[in-house]
Design a protein around this ligand. Structure first.
Ligand code: SF4
Length: 126
């Protein structure tokens, strides 16, 4: 006979964020300031907390109509080069804030379709 855990049901029984995004979109609001962000990074640096990295590659060659990802549907693979240039700038800016001794324990690539990139672009990004 099944047993029902009311606490568990109430915890997961409502709408939730999409699992692919962390922090999820509802967590982005104006009450989280730049200084909050900097303080969180400093606290992570002080604790040498391991890092999980997410890299968003937004391009898809074809559209899937059920998909709600933030993606750009295009057959033009040339668009990736400009995106990667700006992505590298962002990585550089973030890297300046993070203690380089913190271990990276997880890397997640999402999109979009990360294999939209060429082998050479993937190698360079890694
Ligand atoms: S992100 Fe994945 S599911 Fe969404 S359109 Fe691109 S290939 Fe399809």
């Amino acid at each position: 006979m099944a047993t029902w855990d009311k606490t568990l049901i109430s915890r997961y029984g409502g709408p939730g964020p999409r699992y692919t995004s962390y922090p999820p979109a509802p967590q982005f609001h104006e009450e989280v300031s730049e200084s909050d962000y900097a303080e969180a990074i400093d606290a992570g640096n002080a604790a040498r907390r391991p890092l999980s990295l997410y890299v968003h590659i937004p391009f898809c060659s074809t559209v899937c109509y059920y998909c709600a990802c933030n993606r750009v549907v295009t057959a033009n693979h040339g668009r990736a080069a400009e995106y990667l240039k700006r992505l590298k700038q962002e990585i550089g800016l973030r890297a300046e804030q993070v203690d380089s001794q913190r271990p990276v324990t997880q890397i997640h690539w999402g999109g979009g379709t990360p294999t939209f990139l060429s082998d050479a672009q993937i190698t360079e990004l890694v």
